[in-house]
Design a protein around this ligand. Structure first.
Ligand SMILES: Cc1cc2nc3c(=O)[nH]c(=O)nc-3n(C[C@H](O)[C@H](O)[C@H](O)COP(=O)(O)OP(=O)(O)OC[C@H]3O[C@@H](n4cnc5c(N)ncnc54)[C@H](O)[C@@H]3O)c2cc1C
Length: 456
């Protein structure tokens, strides 16, 4: 065992979205930085999450003769993104990079292989792995997860998703488009429970259009291998049923990557859902931070990145540390069409503000951009309270981009009506939003006491 005499200002464990933000930010502050990654830099986002799933969706819309080639094309996209994250590039910035598994020795020392490193501050950003439920007949050799899905070279003829959350919803549609018979099995009575009803119904409509079977309220009992197929046996309404498919994809939750870290030994508290942190992302050992998916509950790359930025912000100004905001997290679900949400749903806004809200809702024919783009689904709902956006939902092919505009108004506390004052090119979604903002402007005007007086 060798002990490195170099003392690092910051040791980062995990080279995903969160860890990379911390390591690159800290080196720019002239800190001595060590980044440890046990697999490949980029983490889940680059290799088994955002990047390959979005490339898979995109390629599924293209015409190529051998559809199995999609996997190699998707891997090529991951490799392109990886060029921004390679150990060589990170080393060129001055970061010490080690590929290996980190484990705490004590609160200031971590061990990687046979070497011990010392850190003043240590960041844990180790992400999550697919949670594999205990199901009779299920073993790691006969299932797919997001970890091995993109490593395949051949599309299956049929596939059953166990769990119909965001990962399954996003992959089910392109798979069906590529000719795979897809079934979604979900334990909960409803899918996309955190969406407006209109969105939930629209997406269920898309599943139908692609001949994807969605079966909710199921309890999986057993997996029975059967020549080239596997039967998934489940209970629904007290009746035993089964569905057979060539492949079974388990997407029934995530488990934090913390087992190997030795957290008990160093007194860092955690639950089954993730590491416990305070508002400053400090664990129960205040010089050890945790962020990103291994903390949860919002498991998105942009959350991991933003938390990494907060760590850097507090490294610059440690005497007046900033807190991680408790605001709702914006996100986009890349179904067909996309669904994006910021802030609150209408029912949440009503719980918070009663009827003191305004709801601006728009459908297909209201948006000329949607019409000329031949979009068959388009929906926007914007909820304001005292003129400020408190929540919005967008469903269309560019929902994520539109929601980003709304997120800016929401986060900067700019009244929605102000968007009406900014000219937008026609025909764009921005121009459509301006029309909706004009309604808010008129509402505001009409509720103005002076205007009310003159209208009498
Ligand atoms: C199919 C799918 C699609 C997704 N799509 C999106 C999307 O469109 N948009 C979005 O925002 N999010 C998406 N996500 C979520 C996103 O991938 C994660 O939120 C994000 O990657 C989390 O970043 P992280 O840095 O917290 O963790 P990770 O990216 O998981 O990085 C953690 C790293 O730590 C390493 N590690 C673990 N333990 C150790 C150890 N002991 N020593 C050294 N290294 C260790 C791991 O190997 C890993 O590389 C998707 C996820 C999936 C599964």
């Amino acid at each position: 065992m060798s002990v490195k005499t170099t003392k690092y200002d910051v040791i980062v464990i995990g080279g995903g979205a969160g860890g990379l933000t911390c390591a690159i930010g800290a080196i720019k502050l002239n800190k001595k930085v060590l980044l440890v990654e046990r697999r490949k830099m980029g983490g889940e986002c680059t290799w088994s999450g955002c990047v390959p799933s979005k490339a898979f969706i995109q390629y599924s819309k293209e015409n190529f003769s051998n559809k199995d080639e999609i996997f190699q094309k998707v891997r090529d996209v991951s490799e392109k993104i990886y060029l921004h994250e390679t150990p060589e590039l990170l080393k060129s910035y001055g970061i010490d990079v080690i590929i290996g598994e980190a484990q705490f020795q004590d609160t200031h020392h971590i061990k990687v292989d046979d070497t011990i490193f010392t850190g003043k501050k240590i960041v844990i950003s180790t992400g999550t792995s697919p949670f594999i439920p205990e199901i009779k007949g299920l073993n790691e050799s006969n299932i797919l997860t997001n970890d091995n899905f993109f490593k395949q070279d051949k599309l299956p003829k049929s596939l059953v998703f166990v769990g119909a959350g965001v990962i399954s919803m996003e992959l089910a549609i392109p798979l069906a488009r590529l000719g795979v018979k897809v079934t979604l099995l979900e334990r909960a009575p409803e899918v996309l429970a955190i969406a407006e009803d209109f969105v939930c119904n629209s997406i269920k409509g898309t599943l139908k259009k692609y001949n994807i079977d969605l079966i909710t309220n199921v309890s999986i009992e057993e997996i029975v291998p059967n020549n080239t197929e596997n039967s998934v046996v489940f209970l629904k309404d007290n009746h035993q049923q089964s569905v057979s498919a060539e492949k079974i994809f388990i997407a029934s939750g995530r488990t934090p990557n913390i087992q190997e870290l030795n957290l008990e030994k160093i007194g860092v508290k955690y639950t089954n859902f993730g590491i416990i942190v305070d508002d400053y992302l400090r664990t129960s050992q205040p010089h050890i931070y945790a962020l990103g998916d291994c903390v949860g509950p919002f498991r998105f790359s942009h959350v991991a990145g933003k938390q990494g930025e907060l760590f850097i912000r507090n490294l610059i100004i440690p005497f007046f540390p900033a807190k991680y905001p408790k605001d709702p997290v914006p996100y986009t679900v890349f179904t067909d069409p996309e669904y994006a949400k910021i802030g609150l749903l209408e029912k949440e806004a009503r719980q918070q503000f009663g009827d003191n809200i305004k709801v601006y809702e728009s459908f297909q024919n209201d948006s000329e951009r949607a019409i000329v783009s031949l979009e068959d689904q388009f929906y926007v709902k914007i909820i304001t309270h005292k003129g400020l956006i408190v929540g919005a939902t967008v469903l269309c092919s560019k929902a994520g981009e539109i929601a980003n505009l709304l997120q800016w108004l929401y986060a900067s506390k700019t009244p929605f009506r102000k968007f009406a004052t900014v000219i937008q090119a026609y025909p764009t979604y921005g121009d459509f939003l301006r029309k909706l903002a004009k309604k808010a402007m008129i509402d505001d005007l009409l509720s103005n006491p002076i205007v009310k007086l003159f209208r009498k």
